[in-house]
Design a protein around this ligand. Structure first.
Ligand code: HEC
Ligand code: HEC
Length: 326
């Protein structure tokens, strides 16, 4: 039943797409991948398999946002993770104004204007458009586990479900459903500054140069001297954006963590007094190394790469915390 519905919904969208492409409004809805496919680029291996019972974008959306869905034969699935949902760490909207660069400060301003959190994981908007996943230094963290994920979006989803979300493995129909959901948030030509017409006049390489084919990831250590930090002068106004859009996303009322943080002096004093310590309560340590999985309590905090929080931004966050604590 669910399967039939999703197939008919997709074919309906397809018919609407064909219909609309005759009209002037088509420019806004044209998918980048459709244009690339018309130029011979092959994305077929990334398409979800709707032949498996239960696969639908709606089920995938629910799994992604709520952590469970309806089983194909009725009833609710078990929660995918006890600790997180996928949106704990990933947006599903466009979060960068210019998709040719990964610039954390441009992202912070842009996502704040849109009311989006500022997170460790890259947005899933346009994930199906990328060629590689868990790039850069992520192989240092996950070692051989990255191998099946780097060039395969299915491997990336499964790795994240078990390692990032610290949950159970996804069943085939769940994995395909999440993939089907990700296809509903692929890039449009206007996201990369083109129209259907300008895109159709470009070659595939030219179009692909308009957005990153993978999200770069550089690990940074905490500054060697935690007392003096990086030596950069922090801007506390910018730090406030980071605190509210990032730290509070998970820590306010202990949303995804046992540590409760808010805008009270108590929170800021707690953070401030630990900054220079060599412990997991130090701002430098938690942001750059994350908090590891504790045995028996498999929750952890993912680290921020340089592309997800710059050295300057970390100095800004420190400045804000110190200002609010005094
Ligand atoms: C606790 C945080 C966290 C949770 C929960 C989480 N992820 Fe991730 N995810 C990450 C981080 C960090 C990365 C590293 C690469 C990146 O996104 O920049 C990542 C990477 C990915 C990637 C590869 C992205 C890329 O371009 O490299 C996919 C796909 C993905 N996650 C899917 C999921 C799905 C599906 C779920 C839910 C089942 C999920 N994630 C839950 C933190 C998380
Ligand atoms: C994606 C969710 C998430 C984000 C964003 C996040 N944290 Fe965490 N943080 C966690 C989790 C989960 C833990 C693990 C401990 C737990 O389960 O309570 C943790 C642990 C910590 C700890 C150590 C607490 C302890 O008891 O060991 C500190 C300090 C901390 N976070 C501060 C921050 C700050 C500051 C920010 C913003 C820069 C931040 N966190 C952003 C999820 C997050």
């Amino acid at each position: 039943m669910i399967k039939l519905y999703s197939i008919s919904a997709i074919s309906l969208l397809f018919v609407m797409g064909v219909f609309l492409s005759g009209a002037n409004t088509a420019e806004d809805i044209k998918s980048v991948i459709e244009v690339l496919e018309s130029k011979g680029v092959d994305y077929s291996s990334k398409k979800p398999n709707f032949n498996i019972a239960g696969v639908s974008a709606e089920a995938g959306k629910q799994l992604f946002h709520e952590g469970f869905s309806q089983k194909p034969n009725g009833g609710k699935t078990k929660k995918q993770s006890k600790h997180f949902v996928c949106t704990s760490c990933h947006n599903v909207e466009k979060e960068d104004p210019d998709l040719t660069v990964s610039d954390p400060q441009a992202r912070l301003i842009y996502s704040n204007e849109k009311g989006l959190p500022f997170l460790q994981g890259t947005t899933m908007y346009g994930a199906v458009n990328r060629d590689t996943y868990y790039n850069g230094d992520y192989d240092k963290k996950y070692g051989d586990l990255v191998e099946p994920a780097r060039n395969d979006i299915r491997g990336a989803i499964q790795l994240c479900a078990t390692e990032c979300a610290q949950g159970r493995e996804l069943k085939d129909w769940e994995l395909e459903s999440i993939l089907a959901y990700l296809w509903t948030i692929e890039l449009n030509v206007e996201d990369i500054g083109l129209t259907e017409e300008t895109a159709s006049n470009m070659d595939a390489d030219g179009i692909r140069a308009k957005y990153l084919q993978g999200s770069p990831a550089t690990f940074l250590p905490p500054p060697p001297d935690r007392k003096n930090g990086s030596g950069l002068v922090g801007n506390s106004e910018n730090g406030k954006l980071i605190y509210e859009n990032s730290c509070l996303h998970c820590h306010y009322r202990g949303e995804y963590s046992f540590l409760h943080l808010d805008n009270s002096r108590l929170s800021f004093k707690h953070l401030k007094k630990n900054i220079s310590k060599y412990s997991r309560h130090s701002l430098y340590q938690v942001t750059r190394w994350g908090v590891p999985v504790k045995s028996g309590k498999r929750s952890y905090m993912p680290q921020y790469t340089e592309e997800r929080m710059s050295k300057q931004q970390l100095a800004d966050l420190r400045a804000f915390i110190e200002e609010e604590a005094s």
